[in-house]
Ligand binder design. Structure first.
Ligand code: NIG
Ligand code: FE
Length: 379
């Protein structure tokens, strides 16, 4: 994932017979041919036996801080029920009722599950509090485990504000945002005309503009349940990322190609909601930069597995294994505005992942097999 490396063999930066040196905090200190000068001395040597090493996956879209269980909603959907965002209210109720310690433990277990499957950096959104106290709590807990924290007070209009939506938008753009800015790096909004609970284009614009004025970077949930204004709005405001992109018009693809917003694809959501998969090839053919992430959340996709997402991307989005790996590492790093993660290069952070196989292709080829694990210098 570093095509600028002098020994690289292809467009994604593959090196065969390679070695690397990891420093404290799993920072890459050296990488190159195993037979060449090994760079800095290492305290410990580990022979990986020809296994593939890739950058640790960057999961750039998750909703990990929540309580409650919605497996029955998933079961109903598999028998034909539609997803419209209404189930979010039950997670909000369970999350508001949970203590900090309960949420911290649930979050830690989910992050550990991700790390055990090869993920390095993870982005975490709030959005299951939807009141001042609980949103702030969720952001504070997320900040304990990652710097990539996203304020999603604009997830849905909570039940108590359904008859006065404008008052909720005022809360999100006012006091809630002011409290969130201490913990969050990003602001996100669910802009979706096909859900009665999500936000209209004008409401979403107000939330994003206020977030930017508070110093936050912009992300958007757009075009998830049908064609709509989300992608256009994200490009208009030069958001770092627009996520889902399930239903894209030709005009949406053109807008993305003409802007710098990354299109983040979440094929686990299509898997778990029985929606059609997005046209990833149209995006790539138009030159749009794409990312892959899990969207790990209790409603639309409760997987923590980037290898599963990569397998779906190859099988269902028709990405090549190289394109899928790129989108799950460099692409996702791009969507977070980071060039220090998602690659194996000197000074890169975020860790590296070993595939228990001779190449990255096996991630999709051997779908469902736990091949990926983080390589770490930590005890
Ligand atoms: O990314 N689209 C909105 N938010 C989540 C789902 C949230 C939920 O159903 O709990 C998503 O799909
Ligand atoms: Fe999401």
């Amino acid at each position: 994932m570093d095509p600028e490396h002098p020994d690289t063999e292809d467009a994604v930066g593959t090196l065969h017979d390679a070695a690397l040196v990891l420093g404290p905090d799993d920072q890459v200190l050296w990488v190159g041919r195993a037979a060449a000068d090994h760079g800095p001395d290492a305290d410990h040597h580990l022979d990986l036996g020809g296994r593939a090493v890739v950058p640790a996956f960057v999961d750039s879209h998750t909703h990990l801080v929540f309580a409650g269980d919605r497996s029955a909603e998933f079961e109903a959907r598999m028998s034909g029920a539609a997803y419209d965002g209404g189930g979010i209210a039950s997670t909000v109720a369970a999350t508001r009722a949970a203590t900090d310690d309960e949420l911290r433990r649930l979050l830690a277990d989910r992050v550990a599950e991700m790390r055990d499957q090869g993920t390095g950096v993870v982005e975490i959104k709030s959005g299951y509090g939807l009141d001042m106290a609980t949103e702030t709590r969720l952001l504070r807990l997320a900040r304990e485990v990652t710097g990539e924290v996203t304020f999603l007070g604009g997830h849905v209009v909570p039940p108590e504000y359904r008859s006065c939506r404008g008052d909720y938008v005022d809360l999100v753009t006012g006091p809630m945002l002011a409290a969130a800015a201490a913990y969050a790096r990003w602001v996100d909004v669910f802009c979706e005309p096909h859900s009665p609970y999500a936000f209209t284009e004008d409401e979403a614009r107000a939330i994003l503009v206020a977030g930017r004025a508070a110093g936050l970077g912009l992300r958007v949930h757009g075009n998830q349940l049908g064609a709509g204004p989300g992608v256009r709005l994200a490009v208009e405001l030069d958001a770092a990322s627009v996520d889902h992109c399930t239903y894209l018009t030709a005009a949406d693809v053109d807008a993305l190609a003409g802007g710098s917003t990354v299109a983040t694809l979440l094929p686990g959501v299509e898997f778990s909601t029985r929606h059609p998969y997005p046209d990833a090839r149209a995006l790539l053919d138009a030159g749009v930069r794409i990312a892959l992430a899990t969207d790990c959340n209790p409603g639309t996709c409760f997987t923590s597995s980037m290898p599963f997402v990569i397998a779906l991307a190859v099988r269902e989005l028709r990405l090549t294994p190289q394109e899928a790996l790129w989108a799950a590492t460099r692409g996702a790093a791009d969507s977070l505005g980071r060039d220090d993660i998602g690659r194996i290069a000197v000074a890169a952070r975020g860790g590296v992942t070993v595939i228990d196989a001779p190449s990255h292709r096996h991630l999709a080829y051997r779908a469902g097999v736990p091949l990926a694990r983080r390589l770490t210098t930590a005890p």
